[in-house]
Design a binder for this molecule. Structure first.
Ligand code: SAM
Length: 321
């Protein structure tokens, strides 16, 4: 009912920026999945999150990682990753530990977020160790707005300013000829439809073999979706791109209209049901969930959409099959 729904949003939905990491830290502290690096970015484990939120994060992490890792494996690590609006994401460190590091891993976010992340990397040896280990030349570039090493690069930029973004990425040796995965998780929704279209079109134009993985809200026109929007607005998160989160079709079309050859989208309830069920069973035993319906509703309001271009025939449009 309304009150359970309201409680869920009042206490746990945190779509603004760095709260994602606090939620991740809480879920990993409970054992939902392993992330030994999140502790160096999120200050505290934070207050208790409802089991449905933790399960939602679990499905998101597993689903996105599945697509990302499949692309990297398909290209035998001879590829690039660009995480757009990366926040304090720890994927670079995970890939290094799993021997899945691409040729280069780029992250882009606003300069203030980047400055904070660079500070964390510089002051936390478990983070800087991986950069140093993967760096062979003496050309490390480091200032408050960017850090560039052989395999990891983080850039402060506004994703709505395509020409500046393009210039900065090229300055740090982005290679348009390498197969490339672009990742955006809860990022495009903060831009107007024309701003995010420009970003998708830019990516489709410069890479001939690429996959774009986007995770964000969907099915926002029903009552649950409207409550989600109201709650985000209350937190001063304005969802300028919410109209593209109407349906799985609008999510796919935004790619097909901007030069991508192939697009697929699944809501997170479907993703949840496709995940390896032995680990799902383990995860479901961690915390008792009495509001099963709330979990379903929550998962139906997020989706993963992935689009591809595949000149090199790596089979990237089929990675989820
Ligand atoms: N992708 C990360 C994750 O999933 O943990 C962070 C998600 S957070 C909800 C949104 C991120 O996008 C924030 O770090 C924010 O600073 C960044 N962002 C939003 N609009 C942006 C823009 N126009 N340019 C650069 N970064 C942006």
């Amino acid at each position: 009912g309304r009150s359970a729904l309201q409680t869920l949003f009042d206490t746990k939905i945190c779509d603004c920026c760095l709260m994602c990491n606090i939620n991740t830290r809480f879920a990993t502290s409970k054992g939902y999945w392993k992330d030994p690096y999140i502790q160096y970015f999120a200050r505290s484990v934070g207050e208790r999150k409802a089991p449905e939120i933790n399960r939602g994060y679990y499905a998101r992490v597993k689903g996105v990682n599945h697509l990302l890792d499949a692309f990297i494996r398909n290209s035998e690590c001879n590829c690039q990753v660009i995480n757009l609006g990366a926040g304090l994401d720890t994927t670079f460190w995970r890939l290094k530990d799993e021997n899945l590091l691409p040729k280069k891993f780029f992250e882009v976010d606003f300069p203030t977020v980047v400055a904070r992340k660079i500070h964390n990397i510089k002051t936390k040896p478990p983070l800087s160790k991986h950069l140093i280990e993967t760096h062979s030349t003496d050309s490390l570039i480091l200032d408050t707005q960017s850090l560039d090493s052989d395999r990891y690069c983080i850039i402060g930029a506004d994703l709505r300013d395509i020409s500046a973004l393009d210039e900065k990425l090229k300055k740090f040796h982005l290679n348009p000829d390498l197969p490339t995965v672009l990742l955006s998780e809860c990022v495009l929704v903060y831009m107007t439809p024309s701003q995010s279209s420009n970003l998708l079109r830019w990516a489709a134009e410069i890479f001939h073999t690429a996959m774009f993985i986007n995770y964000e809200q969907v099915n926002m026109s029903d009552r649950f979706g409207q409550v989600m929007i109201e709650n985000l607005l209350r937190r001063q998160c304005s969802l300028a791109g919410a109209e593209l989160c109407q349906s799985l079709d609008t999510q796919k079309e935004r790619f097909l209209k901007t030069g991508w050859e192939h697009a697929d989208a699944l809501d997170m309830m479907t993703v949840y049901s496709m995940l390896p069920q032995d680990d799902v069973a383990r995860m479901e035993c961690l915390e008792f969930l009495d509001e099963k319906e709330l979990l379903q509703q929550l998962l139906q309001h997020y989706n993963i959409c992935w689009a591809s271009k595949d000149k090199l025939n790596l089979g990237n449009s089929a990675v989820c099959k």
